[in-house]
Design a protein around this ligand. Structure first.
Ligand code: F58
Length: 833
């Protein structure tokens, strides 16, 4: 039964709903005012900007929901195979502007809001970022969902709905990072739809037993928690297809204990519910204590179990045998965080659905795919066996059983090689014993991919060489990351987008990014170059306005803007950048006023959060802010060199920064940055790359042409040797670096407190794991080349145009299509038929 009651009554009613979604300004006025009056229950005289944001966003949501329903109906009717992207982070940023552009209704809303007494720009600014993520991995997930909708690939994102997303970063008066909570849901979120009816129960703790001979086991007792889904629509660009990010919120199964309450024990009455709600309170709870580790593992299980529950429910409706599960379901594991989905699906198949172990394992291995985003050993997760056994007793048994079969098979292939068994085992021996999640993800998946060519090579040669031998090369592959041109050019850079559209004759490039290639023929066109430079100046002005309104800095609007924004981490080497700035400052100080005038003025911009427990990263922020203070106070120098640390880097701030850069820095020690994605965004917006030969920089350089990039630094194959040299105390320290170190030790940048930055400096003189001293000179050289190139404005702009023109390959549309064809075996679906 599709329609309960009278079909005609339903159809007429739905038709009339559809007719009310038109986009004439008058109709939009009516749609918005309806939400003002009926949803918000307000009157025109007390509509403030927040209310206007809510009402108008809800009217946009209505349009999204309409497409959304059509999409889901088509997917269900056609029984399509869907991909499920499991990611602990979805860094979606703001949704409103993106929806207006994708639905092509921005003009109507602009005009409507004007008529209703508001500026669209101000109303858009009311929206808070959906900060459900912390870095590249989370933003990648957001780009990929955008592309699946645009390309018509049926996809669901599954994540957690943290009531506090990534913390808000503020700076103390001393310039230290201070974390404050970001209760982003405080004034509600018009872009989510709670599905209270689709809540599921998730068990933790309890007792487990194995079945005989791989038959069904049991899991009883324990605590049940509710997982409540909140759905966020992800619209395609000028497309009906609208996919979903489903974010789970944890709730107590019983909201409070009435008996305890009546007995006056008010705290005890809500304790259980509070504990349950804690699971989705924050993203990445600190791991510095046992409670934090337990909470993280709870999050991982809660999320993957709820998501699989959902997927299995959808599958059961098809009435197909379980052996067909992988024909309808592909699950992409975004890093190791969702790896518990592997034993969870096995548990469902064996314990609940009565499948034989071997058959269940085969289904599992055809369902999952694993993306590895790192090479850092410390980021490859392991969990103590005791913790897993306490929280998830049945899963620990299943993991041991998988390991038993797996090691037996390794032993068959490599008889007598005990060292190999120990290296490959899912269990790391020691006290305590630990479960190696990456090993489980590798053997429980059909394919494992890295995120850039160099990285995928290193995943095979450094991280999992034993597994390559055991599973074969074909088990491993590369899909170079991509970014969505909708948000990262069309939306964030209207000045440049308009120019590109004018030059290419249509907006076709927004969904076919390879078309940017045609810009090459304008690279020598003087009139076009002028317009290009003018667009850049619009974006620099926007950034400079932002800097002047949020910091105490006064900036030179003609300065070369050099940006490094990303998580603060030793391997990303913000320290190399800031030491370079100090060196530049020291040289400027030695110059005469006449000499200074010949120097290219610089504005160095930094942004990024440090993990709350990461001391060295926080000290790096302190160093950057300290240098910024000294430069800004130096009237003689500040117009030639200034440093801005912009607090609380976010998707929305990135949208202001990225279009404004002349160069951006992606300067990790070779072999440490898996890919990077902001490098792609900067280059797409016509900024040039200053980078090491690492991650996706390599492919960006090949695409843009090395003559348009500034590469420096040691190469990955040399890193090992150099590290050994440091350990043996045989390293050389260039005098330029020593000059900077002396200045720091003199207290020049720390109000006389000469040892403030000593812990940071001592890492350079003790092992220099990230090879700062080895790369310092070539970094300075590269910066010199940047200055020299920048002076020749005409050829600089030519480089910028040619760079943008070559960015087609870095579209997330290309990336998801590659995943769909080579990994998921999922086909795009035409919603209109
Ligand atoms: C990032 N990883 C990589 N991880 O560092 C970056 O090179 C790559 O471009 C990006 O993934 C997308 O593939 C990343 O963001 C995290 O944030 C981890 C979250 C869990 C704790 C450890 C860091």
């Amino acid at each position: 039964e599709i329609f309960p009651g009278e079909e005609k009554a339903w159809k007429d009613a739905l038709k009339s709903n559809e007719q009310q979604l038109t986009n004439d300004v008058k109709d939009v006025n009516a749609q918005i005012s309806r939400h003002v009056e009926f949803t918000l229950s307000r009157q025109p005289f007390n509509v403030d900007e927040l209310a206007m944001y809510q009402a108008s966003a809800l009217s946009v949501r209505d349009k999204l929901v309409h497409n959304w329903n059509k999409t889901q109906t088509a997917h269900t009717e056609k029984k399509v195979k869907r991909v499920y992207y499991f990611s602990l982070e979805f860094l979606l940023g703001r949704a409103y502007d993106n929806a207006l552009l994708n639905l092509d209704i921005k003009q109507s809303y602009d005009e409507s809001l004007k008529q209703l007494g508001f500026s669209l720009e101000d109303v858009l600014d009311v929206e808070r970022d959906m900060g459900l993520g912390n870095g590249g991995l989370g933003r990648l997930a957001a780009c990929y969902l955008d592309s699946t909708s645009t390309c018509g690939i049926p996809a669901w994102g599954y994540t957690l709905r943290y009531s506090n997303g990534i913390f808000k970063q503020v700076l103390s008066s001393k310039g230290d990072q201070v974390e404050i909570p970001d209760p982003w849901l405080e004034s509600g979120n018009p872009f989510e739809v709670p599905r209270l009816d689709a809540a599921v129960e998730i068990k933790l703790y309890g007792q487990a037993s194995r079945g005989e001979n791989g038959k069904a086991g049991t899991w009883t007792g324990g605590t049940d928690i509710l997982a409540v889904p909140y759905d966020i629509p992800i619209p395609g660009f000028r497309a009906t297809a609208t996919n979903t990010v489903r974010a789970w919120r944890s709730r107590g199964k019983v909201s409070f204990d009435l008996a305890a309450f009546n007995a006056g024990a008010y705290d005890a009455a809500v304790r259980e519910a509070e504990e349950a709600e804690t699971i989705t309170r924050v993203l990445y709870p600190s791991e510095n204590h046992e409670a934090g580790k337990t909470l993280r593992l709870k999050q991982q299980y809660f999320w993957t179990a709820a998501s699989l529950h959902d997927i299995c429910r959808r599958f059961r409706k098809l009435r197909e045998p379980w052996s067909a599960f992988p024909d309808y379901v592909a699950v992409q594991l975004n890093d190791t965080h969702p790896t518990l989905a592997i034993p969870e699906l096995l548990r469902i198949l064996v314990d609940e659905e009565g499948q034989e172990w071997d058959e269940a394992w085969s289904i599992v291995r055809r369902t999952f795919f694993y993306t590895c985003h790192t090479l850092m050993p410390e980021a490859l997760e392991t969990w103590s066996v005791d913790l897993v056994g306490w929280l998830l007793p049945r899963h620990l048994q299943i993991i041991y059983d998988i390991n038993f079969h797996f090691l037996a098979d390794v032993e068959r292939k490599f008889p007598g090689d005990r060292a190999r068994l120990a290296r490959m085992s899912l269990i790391e021996e020691g006290s305590p014993k630990r479960v190696r999640m990456s090993h489980l993800a590798v053997i429980g998946s059909h394919k494992v991919n890295g995120v850039a060519e160099l990285h995928s090579e290193l995943v095979q040669s450094q991280l999992f060489p034993d597994f390559v031998e055991y599973l074969g090369r074909d088990h491993f592959t590369n899909v170079t990351n991509g970014i969505t041109a909708r948000r990262w050019l069309y939306q964030c850079n209207p000045a440049l987008s308009t120019l590109i559209t004018k030059a290419l004759g249509s907006e076709h490039w927004v969904t076919h990014l390879d078309e940017l290639k045609k810009l090459q023929k304008f690279a020598k066109n003087e009139a076009f170059k002028k317009e290009w430079a003018a667009a850049k100046q619009v974006n620099r002005n926007r950034l400079c306005d932002y800097i002047e309104s949020t910091t105490e800095l006064k900036v030179n609007r003609k300065a070369l803007i050099d940006i490094q924004v990303k998580r603060i981490h030793e391997y990303k080497r913000q320290s190399l950048n800031i030491l370079g700035v100090i060196y530049r400052y020291l040289q400027l100080k030695k110059m005469s006023p006449e000499e200074r005038k010949r120097v290219v003025p610089r504005l160095s911009v930094f942004g990024g959060k440090a993990a709350p427990g990461y001391y060295m990263a926080k000290l790096t922020i302190r160093l950057i802010t300290a240098v910024s203070k000294v430069l800004n106070a130096d009237e003689e120098i500040r117009e030639f060199l200034n440093v801005a640390f912009l607090a609380d880097y976010s998707v929305s701030l990135a949208e202001i920064l990225i279009p404004a850069s002349d160069i951006s820095e992606h300067i990790s020690t070779a072999g440490t940055e898996a890919s990077g994605t902001s490098n792609m965004k900067f280059l797409l917006n016509g900024g040039l790359l200053l980078g090491t030969v690492d991650g996706a920089n390599v492919e960006l350089g090949q695409a843009a042409g090395e003559e348009n990039c500034f590469f420096f630094g040691v190469l990955e194959p040399d890193v090992r040797e150099l590290r050994l040299r440091h350990q043996a105390g045989q390293a050389q320290y260039p005098p330029q670096l020593l000059e900077v170190v002396d200045a720091l030790r003199s207290g020049q940048f720390s109000a006389g407190e000469g040892d403030l930055f000593e812990p940071l400096l001592s890492t350079i003189f003790n092992g220099d794991f990230y090879l700062l001293s080895d790369d310092f000179l070539s970094y300075l050289e590269a910066q010199k080349m940047v200055d020299a190139a920048f002076v020749d404005t005409s050829s600089w702009v030519e480089k910028c145009i040619n760079t943008t023109a070559c960015m087609g390959r870095f579209s997330s549309d290309r990336a998801v299509q590659q995943y769909a064809e080579e990994i998921w075996n999922v086909e795009p679906v035409d919603i209109s038929q």
